[in-house]
Design a protein around this ligand. Structure first.
Ligand SMILES: [Zn+2]
Length: 263
């Protein structure tokens, strides 16, 4: 899928988690619902950091371009080192290492540790990166016509405001994990979820997604998971724009209302 559909599915997934949490008697305070949905929308773009024309690789100018080159090389090297005889030869690293459950869990864990131990500036940095991505993803075309600097300013000011809102007692810095010292541990959850939702979105396109790696399937370690070929579609096709995106909006809306206890 393309950036906007990935972001929208990420936001909808977090709102769904909000509804599930409310049903399980651990309701999210509204700032957790909103910030989590935005982080998840941003994190749902992150796996494409292995592809130089992806939204995320252009989002932070030379910084993300350089990171993209490093991730692409690293992914290609890991692919080559771990492929079994059934995996095809390939040159680039797109849709390999960053499109796996293991990557999702490692990045999410890293962010949780950083958020818990790094203090206010770490939380601000995590919010900033993901809010910029959420703006790029959700407001795709609108963000493209404005300058990068404006989007960064918007990300920075909203990160600052939202971090203050979260910090107020009862607003959810300690949602789900309430022991002392575990504030913001939950920030890793929307990141893991966003990555996995991205993989699910790619799995239903023609090429599939090797999300199970390093668990082998038959004689392949990079088995492209996906539905039967006839049910797959091309990234950016009308199915994605006219069917999936409205469905994500609808599901997100229902999830959000469920999370807030309206329905
Ligand atoms: Zn992808």
């Amino acid at each position: 899928m393309m950036g906007p559909a990935h972001s929208l599915s990420g936001a909808a997934a977090w709102l769904g988690v909000g509804a599930a949490a409310a049903a399980a008697d651990r309701p999210m305070p509204w700032p957790v619902l909103v910030v989590g949905a935005l982080i998840c929308a941003g994190a749902a773009l992150a796996p494409d950091l292995d592809h130089k024309s992806a939204t995320i690789s252009r989002a932070f100018g030379p910084v993300s371009r350089t990171l993209c080159e490093v991730i692409d090389k690293l992914s290609a090297a890991v692919y080559k080192a771990t492929k079994k005889q059934g995996d095809p030869r390939r040159t680039g690293g797109h849709r390999t290492l960053t499109h796996t459950w293991l990557w999702a869990v490692l990045v999410g864990t890293g962010v949780s540790v950083l958020a818990m131990t790094g203090g206010r500036w770490a939380v601000l940095a995590i919010l900033f990166v993901h809010l910029v991505l959420a703006v790029e993803g959700l407001l795709w075309r609108a963000a493209r016509v404005s300058s990068d600097v404006l989007v960064w300013l918007l990300g920075a000011t909203s990160a600052w405001i939202l971090a203050d809102v979260l910090n107020k007692p009862g607003n959810g810095a300690d949602w789900l994990f309430s022991a002392p010292g575990q504030e913001y541990l939950w920030l890793g959850l929307p990141i893991v979820l966003g990555s996995l939702v991205h993989c699910a979105g790619d799995a239903i396109t023609v090429s599939g997604c090797p999300v199970l790696w390093p668990i082998p399937v038959g004689n392949k370690r990079w088995y492209p998971i996906g539905p039967p070929k006839a049910m797959r579609f091309r990234a950016g096709s009308w199915v994605e724009l006219k069917v999936l995106m409205p469905v994500f909006m609808l599901l997100g809306g229902i999830g959000g209302l469920g999370a807030l206890g309206v329905i």
